[in-house]
Design a protein around this ligand. Structure first.
Ligand SMILES: Cc1ncc(COP(=O)(O)O)c(C=O)c1O
Length: 424
């Protein structure tokens, strides 16, 4: 279901909430199916999947206790637990030298990264804002960067003009060797080359920017290296793919969004940095009614009053262990490989640009101009077998269907049914 029915809209608009409505909860629960069921075996949409039973219990406990995590003293055990969860994941993702803080998601984590880079560039940033910088900041991205980076540039006051797209291949992967010339042009114009953002797992194809090469180039060019591993961070939690994620430890900051990978509710992101003192430089304000310690959560993150967002993840970790989560991630990877090979066997082009379980597909026999219509028809055939997948576009404008494996219920038989339907 992707559109609101006329009856449902009328029922919503009839709600006035003037007095108690004993039938409301029952009605809503019966209607709640009117959202895309991301836990369905044949949901092949965006990477956020099933919320497991343990994570659901964690979310219920978070709501029941409703602790306030602006400071540690309100809920010291839960605050320490969140720090431990961030550390345990961080050890796998970026290594022990990085410090993790909780964000609302990857968008906020990307914003925090830009602000840290500003603070690294000038000790006066917190006081003087952009005027403290030695030029207009420039942020280097691939052609398939997530648009949350553009939003972050706006929120940070850089403006869209700060976003500089570095030459990328046809799948939106940044060409590391092309960075230096764009940076050189900007320097010649008096701008301030500030950050290179590597995307580790693009939203379109799960493609990986070359983080190690960008770390080398970035260091040479004096740039902050931020890696948006919102989704691709998954590779660090699967022994077979962990070596690919090794270069994340070289980054100045890394975004990771557990709901895109593990069975936890949306709204719990992480930002890791090797320079935690800059978190204090950017977010450290005093409040006369709160403890003075400089590393309290309210003084090191954009949030103030906030829920224990990592509690559902702590429950999921305790229920399965990292080893159990690894089994889930590896199983999805294998289903992604199966999907790509089955598509190829049916003579459909399968763009499978990383071990992440994301595959772009199209029928190469259909002329490019006719492709969007043919893909819409293929998506409709998929829908007739209960499968859902979206139409996306590469940076070049080329249209594709994208299938991602997210649901823990998905089996090879579901993948085969999808491929049969797509192949017509
Ligand atoms: C690579 C990447 N970065 C950032 C985001 C934004 O993340 P969030 O929705 O958690 O703010 C997404 C969302 O799909 C993404 O795929």
């Amino acid at each position: 279901v992707t559109a609101l029915s006329a009856e449902a809209r009328a029922a919503i608009e009839a709600l006035r909430f003037e007095g108690p409505d004993p039938s409301f909860e029952r009605w809503l629960e019966s209607e709640a199916v009117a959202c895309v069921d991301t836990s369905a075996a044949r949901y092949f949409g965006l990477p956020h999947g099933t919320v497991g039973a343990a994570a659901t219990r964690g979310a219920a406990l978070a709501a029941r206790l409703n602790p306030e995590l602006a400071t540690r003293h309100h809920a010291p055990l839960l605050a320490a637990l969140e720090e431990q969860v961030a550390r345990v994941l961080g050890d796998r993702l970026v290594g022990a030298e990085h410090h993790g803080v909780v964000t609302t998601g990857a968008s906020e984590a990307n914003l925090v990264a830009l602000l840290l880079a500003c603070a690294a560039s000038s000790a006066r940033f917190a006081r003087d804002g952009l005027a403290a910088l030695r030029g207009r900041p420039r942020v280097y991205v691939s052609s398939d960067v997530h648009p949350s980076v553009t939003k972050a540039c706006r929120i940070a006051g850089f403006g869209d003009g700060a976003v500089r797209v570095v030459a990328s291949d046809e799948h939106g992967v940044m060409i590391a060797e092309a960075l230096a010339s764009v940076v050189g042009q900007d320097r010649a114009r008096g701008h301030l080359p500030l950050v290179v953002v590597a995307t580790f797992g693009t939203t379109t194809l799960g493609a990986l920017d070359p983080v190690a090469a960008l770390a080398e180039q970035g260091a040479r060019l004096g740039l902050w290296l931020h890696v948006d591993a919102a989704y691709g961070g998954a590779l660090a939690f699967d022994a077979a793919t962990r070596p690919l994620a090794a270069a994340l430890s070289l980054a100045d900051s890394v975004s990771f969004d557990p709901p895109k990978v593990f069975d936890v509710p949306l709204g719990a992101g992480l930002l890791y940095t090797r320079r935690p003192e800059l978190l204090r430089a950017v977010f450290g304000v005093g409040a006369r009614y709160l403890p003075r310690a400089g590393d309290e959560p309210f003084a090191t993150t954009p949030s103030w009053s906030r829920a224990p967002r990592l509690l559902p993840l702590a429950f999921a970790l305790a229920a399965r262990g990292l080893a159990g989560l690894e089994v889930v991630v590896a199983r999805r990877r294998r289903l992604g490989e199966h999907l790509a090979s089955r598509l190829a066997a049916r003579e459909l082009t399968a763009l499978h640009r990383s071990p992440l379980p994301v595959v772009g597909l199209f029928d190469p026999r259909v002329p490019i101009g006719d492709r969007p219509r043919a893909l819409a028809q293929a998506a409709a055939r998929a829908e007739s077998v209960g499968a859902w997948l979206p139409l996306v576009r590469l940076p070049s404008g080329v249209a594709l269907l994208r299938a991602a494996i997210n649901s823990e219920a998905t089996t090879e038989a579901d993948v085969d049914a999808l491929v049969d339907a797509l192949a017509g």
